[in-house]
Design a protein around this ligand. Structure first.
Ligand code: F6R
Length: 636
């Protein structure tokens, strides 16, 4: 998730671009860059690792003149954060410069073809591959930039929002999008155009905007009307809209808080997380007629998981005698779910450790162990220290991080990024479901290689995992219902969250969310443990959230609910759609779409995030920045 800004008109572009980048910095902030065409038609690119302020410093002695420019703030996906990998990227001849938000999935294949044709690459990014492809087509087919862009975009698979400059066509910006947002601001009399990943860099100058649709390309030339075509060169009528939102609303995508925005982003985030990792292939088999003769060819689709970390480090991972997961807070809860998946489908024993405990107690770790470190920020001091300790003891270290190029990502031997984009709300939401998704992919990939997961389970889980984003959208439709429900419970002083099996870590996560943003005391417990103590707390003032999907633990959890009701407790039950038994005894029921048991946490967590959010809002708390908490805990 990167930030894109562009300007073309009569004003100096640089100040507009820098201001726009600062407004977009919430989208990503590991490096930044700008490309400007000056009066002599030089195309100057300046970029640096760090924040927009670092870019300003870097540019302080450079030629920053020009009325045409594009700029970018990066949240790395391919290639570590560095000046070389920062955008804009030049083409081979340096006639073109591009900025890009998204992921070009087939970049490796395109890059290989271009290298075979003699092209050279400066960075590790998928973005450079795209600008090189455009230039290659421009030169070999002798076509104008727009046609080259159209031909290139017809070849790429993936998501993109791009903006492109060509110094030989200096009075023009070309922009295009697919599955990544892009907004064009139309200045007075079409004399100038603004470009942004969202409208935040634009609203200061104009309220007239065009939101590009997928596979649409915009050509901006000052003094001319905005031209929009699709990648097949069909001309389109730009739909000019008037925006009526303030800056804060735009950065938060129209949501009142980043936390709510991030909860709602989860379907899209999981698609990004699985993109290129969950793959389908068509398998052809020949049918047999009457059991003997060969019949016609038949085909069916098989799903599979590809994780490059497993391909590259097969021996270390498959031969692990034990896996130790180290993490803190929400990431630790994801680890508890990962333990169940890895033990079930890989038959490797898994310990889940609080990094802060592990690092101080001289744990038994050997070179046959694989340590999985889970961290959204990639900067948590205890997790980093736990990795260092495990490394000293010879373990192989696997990272599951969100922040690319972070300290933890760099300290690991290999790993998998969750690719859910920057998480701004202090309470972790989309990172949790991203972490659980990656742990599921890991369990499937390792289980398949080891032969410990049956073909049936492998196919079924992969297929159902792929369907989770759509089911998450169903769950998000419960938002209003949960908001109403929250009002009833705003004045509760304590909450209990119960679950068993895969739902137990969900109970812990639900309780943590409520505690940290609403300041209501909440505890998560394995449901069966209730009778060993917490049952004494239950009375009519105690809301008990029970995660009770229709799985192997259902009957047991049903008994636990009856025990609570017998003591006058108020039960909010999360059940599988169509459940008639619990619906009759629980006080409140939240229905979830059916999925496989191991995937239930991905759906059940969402109502609990929403419950915590709405209770905190009702109590007037600062949801995005709760007291005493920091987004990244870089101290012990
Ligand atoms: C809870 C939360 C924290 C973090 C924990 C670890 O909502 O955000 O509990 O999960 O501080 O942080 P990371 O994952 O960045 O290592």
């Amino acid at each position: 998730m990167c930030g894109i800004v562009g300007y073309i008109g009569k004003r100096e572009a640089y100040p507009i671009l820098i201001k726009g980048l600062k407004r977009l910095e919430y989208r990503g902030y590991d490096s930044a860059g700008v490309a400007l065409i000056n009066k002599r038609d030089d195309l100057n690119v300046y970029k640096t690792k760090g924040k927009v302020a670092d870019l300003e410093n870097f540019c302080s002695d450079k030629d920053i003149t020009g009325t045409v420019g594009i700029a970018h703030t990066r949240w790395a996906t391919h290639g570590e954060p560095s000046s070389v990998n920062a955008h804009p990227h030049y083409s081979e001849s340096k006639n073109l410069a591009i900025i890009h938000n998204g992921i070009i999935e087939n970049y490796a294949q395109i890059k290989k073809n271009l290298i075979n044709k003699g092209m050279h690459f400066r960075s590790d990014t998928d973005t450079e591959v795209l600008v090189q492809l455009i230039e290659y087509i421009q030169v070999t087919r002798k076509v104008p930039l727009l046609s080259a862009v159209q031909m290139a975009l017809r070849q790429v698979i993936g998501a993109y929002a791009i903006a492109l400059l060509d110094k030989r066509e200096p009075n023009q910006i070309i922009a295009a999008r697919k599955a990544s947002p892009l907004v064009i601001g139309i200045g007075k009399d079409s004399g100038e155009f603004f470009l942004g990943s969202d409208a935040s860099p634009i609203i200061e100058y104009t309220d007239q905007v065009v939101y590009l649709d997928d596979e649409n390309i915009a050509v901006m030339r000052p003094g001319e009307p905005l031209k929009v075509v699709d990648i097949h060169n069909i001309a389109l009528n730009p739909d000019v809209q008037t925006i009526d939102m303030n800056l804060g609303q735009i950065e938060k995508g129209g949501f009142p808080h980043f936390m709510l925005k991030e909860i709602f982003e989860q379907p899209e985030c999981l698609k990004n997380c699985m993109r290129g990792r969950v793959v389908s292939r068509t398998v052809e088999t020949r049918a047999m007629t009457d059991g003997k003769k060969e019949g016609p060819m038949q085909s069916h689709t098989e799903m599979g998981v590809v994780l490059s970390s497993i391909v590259d480090h097969r021996q270390q991972i498959l031969n692990a005698h034990r896996i130790i997961i180290v993490a803190c807070g929400t990431s630790w809860h994801a680890g508890l779910i990962g333990k169940q998946m890895l033990e079930t489908y890989c038959r490797i024993p898994v310990d889940v450790e609080y990094a802060s405990e592990f690092r101080y107690r001289n744990p038994v770790v050997t070179k046959d162990d694989v340590v999985i470190a889970i961290s959204q920020s990639g900067e948590t001091a205890d997790t980093l220290a736990a990795i260092k300790l495990a490394k000293e003891k010879g373990a192989f270290i696997y990272g599951i991080c969100n922040a690319i190029g972070s300290s933890i990502a760099r300290a690991t031997d290999t790993g998998t990024y969750i690719h859910v984009g920057p998480e701004i709300g202090v309470a972790s939401t989309k990172a949790f479901t991203g972490q659980v998704t990656v742990l599921c992919l890991l369990a499937l990939a390792v289980g398949k290689e080891k032969g410990t997961v049956s073909d049936k389970d492998y196919q079924e889980i992969t297929t159902q995992l792929w369907d989770i984003p759509e089911k998450m959208k169903e769950v998000l439709k419960l938002n209003n219902k949960i908001a109403d429900l929250s009002r009833t419970f705003t004045y509760a002083r304590n909450f209990l969250y119960l679950g068993r099996g895969y739902s137990y870590p969900v109970a812990l996560e639900g309780a943590l969310k409520l505690k940290e943003i609403s300041y209501i005391h909440a505890e998560g417990y394995p449901a069966a443990e209730m009778k060993h103590g917490p049952i004494a707390l239950i009375d009519s003032d105690m809301p008990v959230v029970v995660i009770a999907p229709h799985d192997a633990m259902y009957e047991k959890v049903l008994s636990n609910i009856q025990e609570i009701k017998a003591r006058d407790g108020r039960v909010i039950a999360l059940v599988t759609k169509g459940d008639e038994t619990i619906s009759k005894i629980a006080d409140e029921v939240i229905e979830l779409p059916k999925t496989l048991e191991c995937l239930e946490p991905l759906l059940a967590t969402i109502p609990l995030q929403l419950l915590a959010y709405h209770v905190a809002v009702c109590k007037g708390k600062n949801v995005d920045q709760p007291r005493n908490l920091a987004k990244s805990v870089t101290v012990e």
